[in-house]
Write a protein that binds this ligand. Sequence first.
Ligand SMILES: [Zn+2]
Length: 512
Amino acid sequence: MKLNALLLLSTLGLGAVNGERLNRRHIAKRQAAAGTIVTTTAVTSPATVATTTSTQASTTTTAAAPAGTTTSTTSTVAQATTAVVVSSSTSSTTAAGQAGLTTTVSSGPPALATGTTIPPLSEITLGMPTRVTLAAETTITAGATPPISGAPVIPTPAASDYVLSSWPAQDKIPPTDSTEVQEWLKELDGYDIPDLSLTVNGSCAASPAQAADAANRGWWTCGGYTRLTDIVACPTKYDWGVSFDDGPSGYSAYLLDFLEEKDISATFFVVGSRVIERPAILLEEYMAGHEISVHTWSHSALTNLTNEQIVAELGWTRKAIKTFLGVTPTTMRPPYGDIDDRVRAISLAMGMVPIMWTRSPSGAQFDTNDWRVAGGQVAGNDSFASFEEILGNATLIDTGFIVLQHDLFEISVDLAVGYTLDAALTHSPAFDLKSIGSCSGIPEGNMYLETNTNTTFPYSNSTSVDVSGDGTVDTQSGTSNTTSGTTSGAFTNAIPFISSMGVGLAALSVLL
Ligand SMILES: [Zn+2]
């Protein structure tokens, strides 16, 4: 397999892929945007990138210097200066503080004086020297008009919305006794939420009884069981659904530059804890025409959480997105793909359709395994070998497919920008790379509650949602007179769509 990977690399001329393919004009603009506010950070050692969510989160605001060099790096301090409005000093200080950084403000050399190129594939591995994090390229002001027809203008968040401490603690399951969560729980009224026992930690091995019953539960993790209400593939053969999970991060901007250069739209499954750190990046993704979807607040395995905790995870992420973008996603992706009929029912009751990534009938996943590289389990070469399998599987199935990638770490962004997306774009037969809503034929407006005029999507019959959790309805969906609060027929009639003997991956304690 390694030999094949190398041959493919050679064929595609990727052996010397480098940062030249990045849009240097944009990088220069970002450097200018970063200004002279720099943060000096220590070199990140491999040990600091552990497998827990909270530790990984801290690395999103930390940029390490190439070994043996001295550098200054931009940080959330600079990033916050491009936030929509006000209070950048408050939010940036808080963000830096939470990340455990020692922040100093001084003049320095250009932030990207070193380390601007993407490393050779063999050198993309945990602990590699990393590039600086990038701020949003442009300042998007309140009142700006989004690219989606009929969408509300970009809102003016309150100053407190930029203060991390005004949100639930990052990377922790939000408490369920808040007034917001209590209000959101009312969205489950009238829905038939299956009374399934909780899994131990979302893994098959730790929950043998549930694993044995996975088909009945529709548990994706153990066997890949899905329902008709899940979006699991792009319908058209050779369509490539592009998705990036776990951001926004300080490396998302590199990816955004590449996507713009190649005129590719993607779907970003964002984590609420990251959204409040980098709202300007989220805005840039949205304003560039990419789709935004919910990926929970703390990135926990949802089959392990109570109904109330799942509502809190989805509700707070939805609220964070609405706060900074003015729209409410109608889709979600469960972390690790860990979903069963209980999680599904709650998501649908809250107006969010699950989007998975594709498994072939043989159980092969369209997963680039970039997260394994970021987790230190494999190196870039191995990840690309997995990717090569994706290319092979893609020609064997009758439909298109949705591919899992990540934009939380530089490692996964480098793999995408330098290697996998390039290979996808140059593949023969040609793939058509597009966002998941687009490849699914879903009108772009239907991806958000505020602009969704079709009450058959999402499947939920709910037409109004209290996104803010203050007890009053603040978002309407659709224009028809459908009633709310009844169980969706589409859901109750759902049957298993794909089953396989694939081994669940959630047992691996890394982000997915
Ligand atoms: Zn994830």
